[in-house]
Design a protein around this ligand. Structure first.
Ligand SMILES: Cc1cc2nc3c(=O)[nH]c(=O)nc-3n(C[C@H](O)[C@H](O)[C@H](O)COP(=O)(O)O)c2cc1C
Length: 178
C-alpha cells in the first residue's frame, strides 16, 4: 500500500508531523510505503480560479509542487491530512493545498479520484477537543466530496499528546486496519 501524508504544520518536529510520522512508521512495519510532504517546505501557490481544470484540461494549470503532489494521489491508497489549528481553521499552508484539490472534480462536479481512504489529524492549543468540531467536520465534508473518504479525525491538544489515551487509541485503531 502507498500512503501519502500531507502536513500543513510549519513545525517539522511539531505535533502534527509527529503523529503523521508515527502512523507512517507503523505502516512501514507492515511493509507499506509512505511519505510525509511538509507543505511549508514547498513554494506554495493558491488556486488561481482560472477554470482550466474544469473547462479545458483535467489537471491544474499551475506548474508547481502542489500540482505534482496532486498528480500522485491517484496512485496512492491512503491519504493522511494534518494541520495545526490556526485562528480556528486549518493552517494557510493546508488551505492552499485543499483549494488546489478543486482540479480533482470535472465540469459536472464529479470527483476524478477513485475513492481513497483518508484520515484527518489536527493539533490545537485549546484543551477542549470539541471546540473546533464544526470546522473539522466541514473539512471532512469537503474532502469526502473529492473522494478522500475521511475515516476518523484525530485531535491532539498540544505537545503532551503522547500521554493522551484517546490519540493513542485512535492511531492504533487506524493502523490496525492496514
Ligand atoms: C498563528 C497561530 C494560530 C493559532 N491559533 C490557534 C487557535 O485558533 N486555536 C487553538 O486551539 N490553538 C491555536 N494555535 C496553537 C496551535 O494550534 C498549537 O500550538 C498546535 O499544537 C501546533 O501544532 P504543530 O505542533 O503541529 O505545529 C495557534 C498557533 C499559531 C502559531
Amino acid at each position: 500500500m502507498r500512503i501519502i501524508a500531507v502536513s500543513g504544520s510549519p513545525r517539522v518536529e511539531g505535533v502534527t508531523n509527529s503523529i503523521l510520522l508515527d502512523i507512517l512508521e507503523k505502516g512501514a512495519e507492515k511493509g507499506h510505503f509512505g511519505k510525509v510532504v511538509v507543505l511549508n517546505r514547498l513554494e506554495l501557490h493558491g488556486c488561481q480560479a482560472c477554470g482550466y481544470c474544469r473547462k479545458e484540461g483535467d489537471k491544474c494549470a499551475v506548474d508547481d509542487k502542489i500540482s505534482a503532489l496532486i498528480e500522485e494521489l491517484p496512485d496512492s491508497d491512503m491519504v493522511l491530512i494534518g494541520s495545526p489549528v490556526y485562528m480556528g481553521n486549518v493552517s494557510a499552508q493546508l488551505k492552499m493545498f485543499i483549494d488546489r484539490l478543486y482540479c480533482l472534480k470535472d465540469a459536472q462536479r464529479k470527483p476524478r479520484l477513485k475513492p481513497k481512504r483518508a484520515l484527518l489529524v489536527f493539533s490545537q492549543g485549546a484543551p477542549d477537543k470539541a471546540y473546533y468540531k464544526d470546522m473539522m467536520s466541514q473539512v471532512k465534508k469537503t474532502l469526502d466530496g473529492y473522494n478522500l473518504l475521511v475515516e476518523d479525525i484525530i485531535v491532539a491538544t498540544g505537545p503532551d499528546y503522547k500521554n493522551d489515551p484517546e490519540v493513542k487509541e485512535k492511531v492504533e485503531h487506524f493502523c490496525s486496519t492496514f
